[in-house]
Design a binder for this molecule. Sequence first.
Ligand SMILES: *[C@@H]1O[C@H](CO)[C@@H](O)[C@H](O)[C@H]1NC(C)=O
Ligand SMILES: *[C@@H]1O[C@H](CO)[C@@H](O)[C@H](O)[C@H]1NC(C)=O
Ligand SMILES: *[C@@H]1O[C@H](CO)[C@@H](O)[C@H](O)[C@H]1NC(C)=O
Length: 528
Amino acid sequence: MHIMTSRGLIPFPQPAVQRLFFLVVAVILPLSQTQRPPHIVFILADDLGWADVGYHGSEIHTPVLDELSASGLRLDNYYVQPICTPSRSQLMTGRYQIHTGLQHSIIWPCQPHCLPLGETLLPELLADAGYATHMVGKWHLGMVRQNCLPTHRGFHTYFGYLLGSEDYYSHNRCVAITGTNITRCALDLRDGDNVARNYCGIYSTHLFTQRAEHIIAQHNPNKPMFLYMAFQSVHSPLEVPKQYTAPYGFIKDARRRKYAGMVSALDEAVGNLTAALRAAGLWDNTLLVFSTDNGGQTLQGGNNWPLRGRKATLWEGGVRGVGFVAGPAVSQRPGVSRDLLHISDWFPTLVRVAGGKTTRSYPLDGYNVWETLSHGTPSPRKEILHNIDPLYRYTPCMCNDEDEIPCAFTSRTPVEFNISMHAALRFHNWKILTGNPGCGKWFPPPHLGSRPKGPEEVLRNDPPMVQLFDIEKDPEERHDVAQDHPDVVSKLLKKLQQYQRGATSPSYPPDDPRCDPGKGAAWGPWRK
Ligand SMILES: *[C@@H]1O[C@H](CO)[C@@H](O)[C@H](O)[C@H]1NC(C)=O
Ligand SMILES: *[C@@H]1O[C@H](CO)[C@@H](O)[C@H](O)[C@H]1NC(C)=O
Ligand SMILES: *[C@@H]1O[C@H](CO)[C@@H](O)[C@H](O)[C@H]1NC(C)=O
């Protein structure tokens, strides 16, 4: 007699232990019978930096994130993309930007573009697998046409905003419309496809959490649920109700203090979400993923110390992400994972967890890392293409007080890789960067002093076109070892060349002034 388990065939034990075995089975079976695909709650924070969570030693208090991550698995070697649209596109498709045409910058409000409609999105495959799919929060994957919107791309329900940033209370976004003298301030908030007008004055962290709590409370526990919770927190503008900054009187830097309050509100929101999951009886079968979308923006209170650079750069401060998984399925081995993981990996991993199939998708760049997360088997990922962006232009002001300035759309022709291109590739312990990776300063958190310490203070204005770092030994990217390892450099340059040969041309169309919704109307689709 044999018994089939998830681990295969187990020979049935001899009579002496049979009774004990039946006893164990009787206790275990009711549990395993309820082992349906887990509810999946994916929490995406916006612009949360490496040094902005308590468990990384931050001066900002994040008791909920600290405890939740300690009960699950902290991802210490986990990578995201350096800016919003790219990370979200990879989460939704499991594919690198060189394969979706989103290599360059973000999708700006008036660009007539969205995540290509031929792509199959994560919620579509989870819906195929029987999930109820809900999204709350920031989309930022384009809105030019109605079929670009979340409810047309696999989400059964949606409540949130379509653009990349806005006011936390009024939910308005102001945009200078190219080719006109108009700066349009208009609402960007939707419930499904409909404009949601009645929420002016409610701080988005509270508003989105309430919506998620409602979804959770209404959910039929017999059906698996996918909730994509894409918080506005903690992206600029720096806005937060006063009570959240109260504990941070000790932070002298005004931006950092406000930002700290925003992180606290986010932390509280995550606590409320898990409480709602518990109250609804869903928590015992939930897989919770927490991730940032990119590194912290030091211009807006965020911090990535001791990592180099910040949001919008290919340095570790831009791409090494805060992330963890929690919930019963992963809590058997709480701790810290050192495995190389990437945001594109969630797509095949979560579809696999859901019992779904990825066969409808174009070829994936993400790996199914479920065995790594649940059983500690080594990650199948050994390499990450951080990006190749042939349209990137560096302006010196980027390192001072300005955000990245988008450059004009130049060419649709695919270009051969060359070392002046803004590109980076991770391969095992090595990371190669070419062209200008973006602002390469080290920004200590304000309370550690306002200036970077050490000889690195004098940074070169003309960085070498090729830089190589041993990230395992030198995660702070302080010692360029390109000269010492010409063989590694040449191997990795060949890889970049190969990637670029397989790339689609970047799509970065000029603004269309017809995006202007007009006075009193809301941002939204403007083309048929
Ligand atoms: C914008 O304003 C300037 C100065 O007032 C004017 O010269 C120009 O014609 C205006 N442009 C448009 C498109 O209205
Ligand atoms: C969390 O729940 C508490 C208690 O209901 C509430 O006062 C607080 O505003 C909530 N916070 C967020 C961020 O939703
Ligand atoms: C290298 O690529 C850049 C685009 O990033 C292009 O402007 C430049 O002309 C290329 N240089 C050569 C030598 O091909």
